[in-house]
Design a protein around this ligand. Structure first.
Ligand code: SOE
Length: 391
């Protein structure tokens, strides 16, 4: 790290799972990437003072706050990083943008597209750099796959399919709400697996294959009532436990998407596949450093699926890490994202996916939930059109 670098003072909101992945990225990015800022872990904010203090001590934050409003007002903070539950994203991001801070926000951007529209308007009118932490865009193997698609190697794309399967909410006895379980509380999360898991699949899909224009969906809530951790009462469950949809892309290709927390045996099985005229590719989060690649142009006698181990220096991000053949993991996706964000702000830009890209995903998840209610195909709004109209 160069000593003359400009300091970038970070104020983190939230100290859970994502607070840890982001803090690790703030520490590691300057050690492995040539960045033009020195990230300073200035303050962490959480309502519980003792927990905030313990987190600050573990991750090396200089100070703590218990009210995010105070953090946002602080003159010594340049960047607000939102790693708190979904119901906090809207208010914090808008206040941060109005205070002229750079904003990084966990996914999904808002609990609904309406919340996200206001967040896009705030960062764009304040002209502050922004990004949404859709981290799977920074898996080297997924970046390689995206590069191959962008180079036109698949030719015309016919199909896209993605699924994200988990099994952690099958027990009837699991309560909803509160720390660790807010994802089951619709008031906090906004939706269930549609906003939590399918949002990842949609973000990657549109990055690889362009806009989604229409969807038809089914959702189900298998367990209708759960005890609420905050009220102590048995309450209706408002989230979708499972969600599946068919989609049309603007480029004419068709897609299937599925997410659930009821696929016994699967913990975080995010898989995607894309089939084109000339080639196909597959990726699997449980084997995240590989892509499967089939190229019809290969000589017929030896044509087949290639298993590409993405660990070499000429593959995305990998020259920053160890030596060819040695793989990296989940936490590195956040390190890559933060390094890219630092590069972007040194050029006075935002890093993709921007808030506008996050809104595009939320337009799809809103249409999925709408279609599940209406039983019909629903058109997806264009985030680009909205922003252009506003600008
Ligand atoms: C839910 O279990 C969860 O942690 C999501 O919230 C993350 O976004 C996903 O990457 C893994 O699963």
């Amino acid at each position: 790290m160069k000593t003359t670098q400009k300091k970038l003072n970070i104020g983190l909101v939230g100290y859970g799972f994502m607070g840890r992945t982001h803090s690790n990225a703030f520490l590691q990015a300057p050690r492995f990437f040539d960045v033009s800022f020195e990230p300073v872990r200035k303050a962490v904010c959480a309502r519980n003072r003792d927990r905030a203090a313990a987190f600050a001590a573990n991750w090396g934050y200089e100070s703590i706050e218990t009210d995010w409003r105070k953090l946002v007002e602080r003159k010594d903070i340049d960047l607000i990083d939102i790693a708190s539950p979904n119901d906090t994203h809207h208010d914090i991001a808008i206040a941060a943008a109005r205070a002229g801070k750079l904003v990084m926000c966990e996914k999904p951007l808002g609990r609904s597209a309406a919340e996200s529209e206001a967040m896009v308007a705030a960062v764009e009118s304040a002209r502050v750099a922004n990004t949404v932490w859709y981290n799977y865009r920074r898996v080297p193997a997924v970046v390689l796959l995206q590069n191959l698609v962008a180079e036109g190697r698949l030719g015309r794309v016919f199909h896209y399919r993605a699924k994200f399967l988990q099994d952690w909410t099958i027990s009837q006895d699991l309560p909803q709400g509160g720390e660790g379980l807010w994802r089951l509380d619709v008031a906090v999360a906004g939706s269930g697996v549609t906003g939590d898991l399918l949002a990842h699949c949609i973000d990657t899909a549109m990055w690889l294959n362009g806009p989604i224009t229409a969807v038809t969906a089914v959702t189900e809530t298998f367990i209708k009532e759960r005890k609420h951790n905050l009220t102590g009462k048995v309450e209706l469950v408002g989230i979708d436990d499972a969600s599946a949809f068919l989609a049309r892309f603007q480029n004419g290709s068709l897609a299937t998407f599925e997410a659930t927390r009821y696929a016994r045996g699967h913990k975080a099985l995010y898989t995607l596949e894309i089939n084109g005229e000339h080639a196909s590719a597959m990726w699997d989060l449980h084997d995240l450093h590989r892509i499967q690649w089939f190229d019809h142009k290969d000589e017929g006698r030896v044509r087949g699926w290639r298993n590409v181990h993405v660990t070499d220096g000429d593959q995305p991000y990998m020259k920053r890490w160890w030596v060819p053949g040695l793989q990296i993991g989940y936490e590195h996706t956040f390190i890559h994202h933060f390094a890219d964000f630092l590069q972007a702000i040194s050029e006075f830009k935002s890093a993709a996916p921007t808030f506008r890209d996050g809104l595009a995903t939320d337009y799809v998840t809103d249409a999925v939930l709408r279609s599940a209610r209406s039983g019909r195909w629903e058109a997806v709004k264009s985030a680009q059109a909205i922003v252009e109209a506003a600008g």
